[in-house]
Ligand binder design. Structure first.
Ligand code: NAG
Ligand code: NAG
Ligand code: NAG
Ligand code: NAG
Ligand code: NAG
Ligand code: NAG
Ligand code: NAG
Length: 428
């Protein structure tokens, strides 16, 4: 491709990305409109299915038991979970059924909305040199007894929240013992017998911003408030475990996209508006978050994680695919060892800011899931999802505008992110 045509290609992708972003926001409207008055959703779970799962789990246990003699200690220092390979494993994967998960969101329920190939559910992440600890929902719930875990961030972090809820709710067969409620920016799952809470709080730019309303926000014109985080922090300051994320909202849709930064306030009459590069906005947010955590976190009580950048697969030319299809009809991971398309530098930036808290004894653990997710061009919902209604025939025929190659089908890739989280909570 010549330089010019690749530029045009990029421009087209940018427009396409904006369209997907738009439709994603539309799906929020539906979700949260339904959730305006706190919504309680206890639902029946089929006991037969549970029996099946128990039986299968027991079988895995046996198989795993044999293996575990040779499995190194998962907490071992030298074992690096972030580098490894995907192994096809239709015996131990998926960890739950997406069709049976009571609390799955329609935009992630790919098999329910027409995705016929199922291989994407059957991949296990195999780090080099060790195994990830085997996920055990009951052990996690015991760990979370009388505790509150909260995911704070954007729709990718919400994707991880849905995954974790699906991973544990299959182990709570009695519908009376679990519930979900939605109140504005806060979505809450409770395992009642354990008094365990798993929340998601919408805060895509971490700081207070004009995107804080999960229903109504502009994609292009963004303003952050440089020194305001308290309103958000009040929703997570008491948590026992917090998982932050923030990545895609700082990425440019257009070459000239910049972040507006507001200092001071209208109330105090000292409001001032500045404009910076998106990446500099990210640093302003990191700086404020780090400062807040340093001042307010009780390191004896609260464990903090930062979820690594979640790569998108909207640009098929990255792996030699057909641009206009984006990631539609991709059924297998990228096998090229070391394939990297995401921006890894933002995570490095986050790491260096958080590093300044170490001297106060506050450690923020990065969940470094970027490379493993980068391989998974096959893992996205594309057109197999529900917005207002399932996509129309015309929309399905138009992946360039309607394929979502940003979020992840469930069961799928975010389950592995939660295996990392589980591993750190249990062993490290
Ligand atoms: C894991 O490996 C990657 C790539 O080699 C490296 O950048 C990272 O620092 C390693 N992490 C640990 C905890 O050793
Ligand atoms: C799992 O995959 C193998 C190899 O592709 C296949 O032979 C087998 O039938 C599959 N098993 C199930 C339960 O789908
Ligand atoms: C239930 O969990 C919350 C944290 O989410 C905690 O504050 C509260 O004390 C717990 N209740 C009991 C009875 O332990
Ligand atoms: C919803 O959240 C608001 C705070 O944002 C709180 O005042 C209100 O009590 C909550 N409603 C319910 C039913 O929990
Ligand atoms: C945290 O725990 C350490 C060691 O147990 C103790 O010395 C310290 O006072 C505790 N800090 C707070 C703020 O509770
Ligand atoms: C995707 O696969 C379906 C079913 O195999 C096929 O009908 C459709 O034309 C394919 N779409 C594209 C854009 O290749
Ligand atoms: C994350 O892991 C990748 C390898 O997968 C490595 O290149 C990168 O440096 C790591 N980033 C951080 C912040 O640890």
């Amino acid at each position: 491709m010549t330089n010019l045509s690749s530029q045009i290609g990029e421009l087209r992708s940018v427009i396409i990305n904006s369209l997907v972003a738009f439709s994603i926001i539309v799906s929020f409207i539906i979700l949260f409109y339904q959730g305006q008055k706190v919504q309680l959703v206890p639902m029946a779970v089929k006991h037969k299915h549970q029996e099946m799962q128990d039986k299968m789990a027991a079988e895995h246990h046996e198989q795993r038991g044999e293996l575990s003699l040779s499995v190194p200690d998962p907490g071992r220092e030298e074992c690096n979970w972030s580098t490894g390979r995907w192994v096809y494993d239709n015996v131990s994967r998926p960890l739950y059924s997406g069709l049976k998960c009571t609390f799955i969101f329609p935009e992630l329920a790919c098999d329910k909305y027409g995705r016929k190939d199922v291989m994407y559910q059957h991949w296990r992440w195999q780090p080099h040199g060790c195994d990830l600890p085997r996920f055990d929902a009951i052990r996690l719930l015991e760990k979370l007894r009388n505790k509150r875990l909260v995911f704070v961030g954007d729709s990718l972090n919400r994707n991880q929240w849905v995954s974790l809820v699906c991973m544990v709710e299959a182990s709570i067969p009695d519908a009376r013992h679990k519930m979900r409620s939605i109140n504005g920016s806060l979505i809450s799952f409770k395992a009642l017998e354990y008094n365990a809470t798993i929340d998601f709080y919408w805060s895509p730019l971490l700081l207070e911003s004009n995107s804080d309303n999960p229903i109504i926000h502009r994609v292009e014109y963004r303003i952050i408030r440089a020194d305001k985080i308290e309103k958000h922090a009040s929703f997570w300051r008491d948590a026992d475990i917090i998982i932050f994320n923030s990545y895609v909202w700082w990425r440019k849709h257009k070459a000239d996209m910049r972040m507006k930064v507001m200092y001071g306030s209208f109330e105090d009459g000292d409001a001032r508006l500045d404009e910076v590069e998106m990446i500099d906005g990210f640093e302003i947010a990191l700086k404020k978050l780090t400062e807040w955590l340093g001042k307010n976190i009780d390191k004896n009580k609260t464990r903090i994680f930062f979820a690594g950048s979640s790569p998108t697969h909207s640009w098929a030319s990255n792996w030699g695919g057909e641009g206009k299809n984006k990631c539609l009809n991709e059924t297998e991971p990228i096998y090229k060892v070391g394939y990297k398309a995401a921006d890894y530098s933002m995570m490095e930036k986050a790491k260096s800011y958080f590093g300044t808290l170490e001297e106060k004894g506050i450690h923020i653990q990065i969940l470094n899931i970027t490379e493993l997710s980068d391989y998974r061009k096959d893992g996205h919902p594309t057109v197999f999802r529900k917005q207002f209604a399932p996509l129309t025939k015309e929309q399905i025929m138009n992946p360039a505008s309607y394929a979502d190659c940003i979020h992840w089908c469930l069961p799928g890739v975010p389950d592995v992110w939660n295996e990392f989280l589980y591993g750190y909570l249990m062993y490290k």
